[in-house]
Design a protein around this ligand. Sequence first.
Ligand code: KG4
Ligand code: ZN
Length: 341
Amino acid sequence: MTKFTTILGIESSCDDTSAAVVRDGILLSNVIAGQDVHKAYGGVVPELASRAHQSNIIPVVDEAIKRAGINKNEIDAISFTRGPGLLGSLLVGTSFAKGLSLSLNIPLIDVNHLQGHVLSHFIIEHNKPKDVPLFPHLCLLISGGHTQIIKVNSPLKMEVIGTTIDDAAGEAFDKGAKVLGLEYPGGPLIDKLAEEGNPLSFMFTKPKIAELNFSFSGLKTSFLYFIRDNIAINPDFIEQQKNNLCASLQQTIVDILIDKIIKAVKITGIKEVTLSGGVSANSEIRKQFTELSLKNNWKIHIPSFNFTTDNAAMIAVAGYFKFKQNLFASHDVAPIARFEL
Ligand code: KG4
Ligand code: ZN
């Protein structure tokens, strides 16, 4: 009988508790429990996030095993997100993974969350064959916590060639949304409202940052001051211009991202490019990135929506790559809030 390799992945770095099962590289289940508790606060409250992970982790893992149609004794290894992320949140997933690995007597695999996002393109769903990126390729990783351009030499060898010097692209969306009085996370709401707006209505300054690095904090401040100044003249400014404001802010963020990825392709000569992370769910970046690839003859990979934001499928896939190379963690492994690639 063929022996399968079955990996249970666990993700708990921010405000999503997720568990997934991957067998021989094929995704069998991926369960995600979000946390609505943060909406009222306009951002993730770390203390509340760790408590919610505590409540969610057992039912989420149970459900992932059930949906995969396996027995827990068939799991060969447990991969978990070690960082970067919120320490209290990471501790829940890490401790749970350790406990389960001891009780099932199977190895533990630590995964860098960013590596997980990069490898989300290698998540293959049952009966849905797809092209995976070749190596080397470039990954534009855009999320709530990170904005990076990564040269991916192999599944486990990655080089960051550009990064944000302040805020991440997702923060630019979320903080802009907060100024407009929208709920957290504001990225998806801006995307929706922008559909009815004109992206050329307002101009916001774009940063002049060297090489492949990014900056979004200047945009955040100029957007805030612009809104304040206009409200002083017209108190209904936001209501009257909401769609145009969303479209213009979104366009500015997309322009900043596109400009740097064009530079990265030019510098490295690598024309195979992927998008990853929560912000890659944005309809405008997906559209413009696709147009760009057609114009310049790039081979691109855009993740399916399920795998843009945080999920354990990407952690299980990364775990599978590490398993094949016998890269295991010891039981004294501790989470790391700031964990470089
Ligand atoms: O990857 P992710 O789930 O978490 C981190 O690792 O940070 O990304 C979350 C980020 C949030 O900032 C959220 O607003 C943003 O992704 N996001 C979007 C969209 N969907 C999620 N931003 C713009 N447009 C979207 N459609
Ligand atoms: Zn993430």
